[in-house]
Ligand binder design. Structure first.
Ligand code: FES
Ligand code: FES
Length: 172
């Protein structure tokens, strides 16, 4: 029988203990051992960003981190982004503006954007582009994602933001 390693860490605000094969990445532990499939499995090479999560508040690629390195850390996945039934403002704006289409890339984008808005409540478009540059999306063309982050940032600051008409109604 294969030997398992055992860790204790905080996952989406709750103390969690889990045993798993020691070669597993944190991505595999989350999806296969904890059944949290919101974190998506993409390239496994650190190139697509779809597996991004927050560890101690910083965005990391869970395909490049061993599960056993999560010992004692604070891990947040997309399942922990909403507060109960209340979606995070980024989740609202991604849905409202069509920034999530097939949705495969969305958990990674959302968590990286959450880290950005914590550090920079008023990011410029180029700061948003830079922060999200490690995340790939095949569907949206990125503009809707940037606008969704800008709109969520404005909402979180308590400000109104005027969006281009085509962002809301499409090209006429
Ligand atoms: S699956 Fe981790 S970066 Fe692609
Ligand atoms: S919404 Fe489909 S890959 Fe981004």
């Amino acid at each position: 029988m294969k030997q398992k390693t055992h860790i204790s860490f905080t996952l989406n605000g709750e103390t969690t203990e889990i045993a798993f094969a020691p070669h597993k990445t944190l991505l595999e532990v989350l999806r296969e051992d904890l059944a949290l499939t919101g974190t998506k499995h993409g390239c496994e090479l650190g190139e697509c960003g779809t597996c991004a999560i927050l560890v101690d508040g910083r965005a990391i690629l869970s395909c490049l981190m061993l599960g056993l390195d999560a010992e004692g850390r604070e891990v947040k996945t997309i399942e922990g982004m909403a507060q109960g039934a209340e979606l995070h403002p980024l989740q609202h704006t991604f849905a409202d503006l069509g920034a999530a289409q097939c949705g495969y890339c969305s958990p990674g984008f959302l968590l990286v954007a959450e880290e950005l808005l914590k550090k920079k409540p008023h990011p410029t478009r180029s700061e948003i582009q830079e922060a999200l540059s490690g995340n790939l999306c095949r569907c949206t063309g990125y503009i809707k994602i940037y606008e969704a982050v800008e709109l969520a940032a404005a909402k979180m600051r308590g400000e109104e933001m005027e969006l281009p008409r085509e962002s809301v109604y499409g090209l006429e």
